[in-house]
Design a protein around this ligand. Structure first.
Ligand code: EPZ
Length: 418
């Protein structure tokens, strides 16, 4: 059944909410459980359709995987298969992170290219090149990727030409149980990569340098299952900050990491907001009218995250002055712009640049999301719009935001799911 949100905008938000666990940490850690023996307990694992998709893959492979009281329970003792059917691969692009783990655990892996391309081309050449350097034989034919490493994977020096998050994670997964040492230079420094390394190290892996540009992985002979707490979702936190910013509100966010939000906090500071962080909590207060921020460039971490571009753009749509966004990570990540304009935003896009001229007011309209973060951005804009908006395409939102209408309603927003 197709669901929609009905949003009556211009309600002030107030109160306190707990930020959910990170989707983009949970996915590679769920893949990493394939390397372990025994039952893993992953606390703070969010209830999302993308997590269900990862559970689907694990169960297909023969593992036990379920979500119970906010924790994922995963036991991969009975792994029976080494292939991932196309239907699973198409369901979620993040599924490619199972490749390194499966190849390491089984010595072979058979899967298809992850589906669609909602954000523009998303090649996996860096993943495959690194695995080949580690001794894997890989053939790519008719969209099918067949990998084998009959004698096991061997540690190697890997220099990434771009600090790809997924490639860094796949290499770490392949290297944790490989023979010898793997050194990744120009590695992704995202907190989700560090969370994966923290999880693997507590299982018995020997990984150094996570969060830095060079990661060294000394292969070990086995890994045991553990309990681990997934880090808070920095993009959900940034979306809630955008929701408060666009409505001139003051809210409290519990369970955040100030460091992970550095570049987002600095943008909102410039827009006139106040963020006070203490012991994993943030008080966030926005002025009645935001000031425009001159330039926002998406960059690999610790730069401004591409995943926060859409929600922050909605805040800039009602700021005083103009903001220039430069999207440097994905080619096609301005799909929300046309729908924002339906609400009355004034935005011009030229290639990877969007120029947002702040308007005094947005007005409710029927809008449709076409990707996950675009959906979050449209929801944020509808919170600021006068009158009623109807947002469809919320299946995208539900890939990354757990019961978000309830979270917003608990802060005083008028959002209902129908
Ligand atoms: C991860 O995607 C996240 N997904 C994305 O979040 C996030 O936007 C992205 O990192 C950047 O932060 C997950 O963690 C599941 P990349 P990933 O490899 O790993 C190019 C969300 O909304 N590239 O760092 O796919 C690629 O085309 C999602 O939650 C190659 O050219 O990102 C892109 O332009 C969307 N060849 C750039 O690098 C490769 O082999 C960054 O991609 C790999 C990547």
């Amino acid at each position: 059944m197709v669901s929609r949100y009905i949003i009556n905008g211009r309600k002030k938000l107030s109160g306190e909410v707990e930020v959910q666990g990170s989707k983009n940490s949970s996915l590679p850690i769920l893949a990493a459980t394939l390397l372990t023996k025994g039952e893993n307990v992953l606390f703070n694992c969010p209830r999302l359709s993308d997590i269900e998709a990862a559970f689907g893959i694990l169960r297909y492979l023969g593992c036990e995987a379920k979500l119970q009281n906010g924790a994922a329970l995963v036991n991969c003792g009975n792994l029976r298969k080494y292939d991932i059917p196309d239907a699973f691969m198409r369901e979620m692009r993040g599924s490619i992170v199972f490749l390194g783990a499966l190849l390491s655990r089984c010595g072979k892996a058979l899967l298809t290219f992850p589906g669609g391309c909602e954000l523009g081309p998303r090649p996996i050449d860096l993943h495959l090149k690194a695995l080949r350097a580690m001794g894997a034989t890989i053939t790519e034919r008719y969209g099918i990727i067949e990998c084998s490493a009959a004698d096991g994977l061997i540690g190697a020096p890997i220099a990434l030409s771009f600090p790809s998050v997924g490639a860094t994670e796949n290499i770490i997964l392949a290297a944790a149980l490989a023979k010898g040492t793997t050194t990744i230079t120009n590695a992704a420094r995202e907190p989700e990569v560090s969370d994966l390394c923290d999880y693997l190290n507590s299982c018995g892996a020997d990984i150094h340098g996570a969060g830095e540009g060079t990661i060294v992985i000394n292969g070990v002979s086995s890994l045991s299952a553990v309990s681990h707490t997934i880090i808070p979702d920095r993009i959900v936190a940034a979306t809630l900050m955008s929701a408060a910013a666009v409505t001139g509100s003051e809210i409290y966010l519990e369970g955040i990491s100030k460091t992970h939000l550095g570049a987002v906090i600095s943008v909102f500071d410039e827009a006139g907001c106040e963020s006070v962080c203490r012991e994993g909590c943030m008080r966030f207060k926005a002025p009645e009218r935001l000031r425009a921020v001159s330039l926002i460039r998406t960059m690999p971490y610790p730069g401004f995250p591409t995943d926060a571009q859409a929600p922050v753009m909605s805040a800039s749509a009602v700021s005083e002055g103009s903001t220039v966004f430069v999207e440097n990570i994905f080619e096609n990540r301005f799909k929300h712009v046309g729908e924002l304009c339906r609400l009355g935003a004034e935005i011009n896009v030229e290639g990877k640049v969007a120029v947002v001229k702040g308007v005094d007011r947005l007005y409710g309209a029927r809008i449709e999301a076409q990707d996950l973060r675009g959906a979050a951005g449209l929801l944020v804009a509808a919170l600021a719009a006068e009158g009623e908006s109807e947002l469809s395409g919320i299946n995208y939102l539900e890939r990354g935001y757990e019961s978000f209408e309830q979270t917003l309603a608990s802060l005083g927003a008028d959002v209902v799911k129908i």
